[in-house]
Design a protein around this ligand. Structure first.
Ligand SMILES: [Zn+2]
Length: 398
């Protein structure tokens, strides 16, 4: 597995406001921040007009991509959050959820905002997602990447980034993830721009009624995941694209905490319940995608964090077991069995855990237990795609 296949930090790639001629109401020098007027579409013959047209073409491709998550309720939910945050600018922003198991969000100059499923899986509540969307809107309103996109190298990197993202379907496997991570790293904004986007994001979220303290928790969690990966596989955290495209997470986290303290008014909410119901239909599938990344350090840290939020969740225990089973380091089969047993005692346990238990028991030569586990699995999932294979194990004595 390619070691570069890290979590991608919010790519913030190629986010551009298109009109240098328009006066900005944004100020970096005072604490009073006012959103600028809505941007107009640039003239067709201008440099910005060309970039805009290029983004429109990419957006048309994205709409046809098999990775686009098309279900209405999720799309409406994301659009509602963007509308709450961006006010009248939301008329110019379109949010696209994309099924890719990396932590990434990016805004194109024409208002195309992508949010990847790896990011959605990691958010604890709606306020955290609002922090990310608010941050991207912050880059948009400040038109940070105009200069970057004028640079031909950045422009080609952005095109390449979108190209890889959109053609991943044909490539199969996980290679595109590594490539996307690399190319997203070329879109590093300056620290000041990241800070400004954070600051605007916090203002927008607290104005919209979201608890701003949640923003820093996103970075605390990512840092925990990346450090866990470093401890496990030795993959250096500084090589992570998270660090390539953002100020160090520790510094950013501290800054977010300090600012949030000034904004918290006690009336604000994390909107936990709303987020959990949005995530419910997708979580299983996205956890399976996460497992396929084979970044066990990050995945274990993520699952532990999710379990802290919801300790009785048998599905999360099952996935923790799966991560150990697939990692297969010393003692991992025992760890996996412990997680499966703990999950089995709870309601709503995924039946697949009996298949996994059976596999381990079979491997360890405990054929009677393996048989029991496989029977349990088949009773619950008679139509499973692997039912024939499991039946053949039973016929052979497990
Ligand atoms: Zn950013």
């Amino acid at each position: 597995m390619d070691r570069r296949q890290f979590l991608v930090g919010c790519g913030c790639c190629g986010l551009v406001g298109a009109f240098p001629a328009l006066a900005l109401a944004t100020s970096t020098n005072t604490d009073v921040w006012q959103a600028p007027q809505r941007f107009q579409r640039p003239l067709a013959g201008s440099e910005e007009g060309g970039l805009w047209a290029m983004m429109d073409r990419e957006e048309a491709k994205l709409r046809r991509s098999m990775f686009l998550i098309k279900e209405r309720p999720l799309n409406d939910y994301l659009t509602r959050i963007a509308t709450r945050l961006a006010g009248e600018h939301s008329l110019d922003i379109r949010v696209y959820p994309v099924r890719t198991p990396l932590f990434n969000a990016s805004m194109a100059p024409n208002g195309m905002l992508q949010i990847w499923s790896g990011l959605l899986l990691r958010m604890a509540n709606e306020a955290q997602l609002a922090a990310i969307i608010g941050h991207e809107i912050g880059h948009y309103l400040s038109r940070h990447s105009l200069d970057r996109l004028r640079d031909a190298k950045s422009r080609s990197a952005f095109g390449q980034f979108l190209g890889i993202a959109l053609s991943a379907a044909g490539a199969g496997g996980t290679a595109p993830l590594a490539q996307m991570a690399l190319v997203a790293g070329m879109f590093a904004y300056g620290r000041d721009q990241e800070r400004e986007a954070d600051r605007i994001g916090l203002e927008l979220m607290s104005k919209a009624g979201y608890e701003p303290m949640e923003a820093s928790k996103v970075w605390a969690q990512l840092l925990a995941e990346i450090n866990a990966e470093k401890d496990w596989s030795g993959a250096p955290a500084e090589k992570s694209v998270l660090f390539a495209s953002h100020p160090p997470a520790v510094e950013r986290q501290d800054d977010l905490v300090a600012r949030a303290k000034r904004l918290s008014a006690g009336q604000l909410s994390p909107y936990e319940g709303d987020y959990a119901s949005m995530l419910a239909p997708y979580r299983r599938e996205w956890l399976e995608d996460e497992l396929k990344r084979r970044k066990s350090g990050e995945t274990l840290a993520l699952l532990e964090i999710m379990l802290q939020r919801s300790p009785g969740d048998s599905e999360l225990r099952f996935f923790l077991g799966e991560t150990y089973r697939l990692r297969a380091a010393d003692g991992d089969m025992e760890r996996a069995m412990n997680e499966y047993r703990a999950a089995a005692e709870r309601p709503d346990t995924p039946a697949e855990l009996y298949r996994s238990m059976g596999m381990i028991q079979r491997q360890q030569g405990d054929h009677q237990s393996a048989k029991d586990s496989f029977r349990h699995y088949l009773a619950a999932r008679p139509e499973a795609v692997d039912a024939t294979m499991i039946l053949s194990y039973l016929e052979k004595g497990s």
